[in-house]
Design a binder for this molecule. Sequence first.
Ligand code: NAD
Ligand code: UDP
Length: 338
Amino acid sequence: MKVLVTGGAGYIGSHTVLELLRLEHEVTVIDDLSNSSIESIRRVEKLSARKVKFYQGNILDKNLLRTVFGRNTFTTVIHFAGYKAVGESIKEPLSYYHNNITGTISLVEEMLKYRVHNLIFSSSATVYGSASVPPYNENSELGQPTSPYGQTKLIIEQVLQDVVSSNSDFKVSSLRYFNPIGADESGEIGEDPKGIPNNLMPFISQVASGKLDKLSIFGSDYKTEDGTCERDYVHVTDLANGHVNALNWIEKQKLSVFEVFNLGTGKPSSVLQMVNSFQQHTKQRIPFEIVDKRPGDLAAFWADVNKAERDLNWSAKKSLRNMMEDTWNWQKNNPNGY
Ligand code: NAD
Ligand code: UDP
């Protein structure tokens, strides 16, 4: 199939492009490289021994979109492009609302003009509110996300739902990711955050490589088994394959549809369990201290994954051990990222 991937040079995008190429799909990528490097595309091409058609630019740029849609035909767009740093979104809300929401509107307008009717969107578990009780299923109440970043995901889902209601051809699969971690098992591509990482896993791996001194664990008196927060960590290659299954699913839909799917493992792990698992499987020591809670953190959430299993025929295959080993393999081979 011919697929356009926005944000395809980024962390999840590059792993998804790799899986698509391995299955011999034709892939075009638009990415402005605002949070990624062209090197990820080069490595994906090398790993798959196939070519990507790459356009460097912003999805807000209508001229670029017209060039891309005018010169190529696509069956489906997989839309990763967006900003994702929770803390930054609190400081710069307008830039997040503009890039994520206006960016998506700009993309969908051109899709409709060029009659490209299938869209797979990167949503997030952050759309479930604190009112919901985990495990979250797709019918769990949606809440008030704690950041402008989370709001953009909720608003975009609403926008896409309205477009589907107004257009009898448009189909959307919105994938709500839980906590993606890990790297391709080759160790050639992985997560390459700019500056000090905000997320747990890249922080742990940079402590292991000696770039950071120690991990700060945000809170140890949550109402969880060991007092630290629990999340549903899912291997990025499993997540990438979730997109492949969503692609097959969306191509089969005859009628206009908006459908959401959780992508997670269905199993929670605590921060302390993550630290211990990393130490056990990589033999690296992770010094840590317990510090104050991080504002906005929920104690625990994980996915009910029955719907993705049933309708997408997808489930996460990789273990916590795979996630730790693959994260470390990428980090130790690429201590400074790309
Ligand atoms: P990432 O930052 O690595 O990838 C996003 C890519 O989009 C980057 O390569 C960036 O350069 C590009 N980009 C950003 N704005 C753009 C624009 N306007 N035009 C063109 N390119 C643009 O992030 P990721 O972790 O791979 O996340 C991909 C998507 O998944 C994002 O939409 C993110 O919000 C969503 N998501 C991520 C997580 C996570 O934990 N990583 C969880 C839930 C949802
Ligand atoms: N966390 C932590 N120290 C860090 C980064 C994260 O203790 O330096 C904790 C955080 O409080 C949360 C979990 O690890 O409970 C996962 O955090 P992350 O930011 O990776 O994901 P999210 O909070 O978005 O689920």
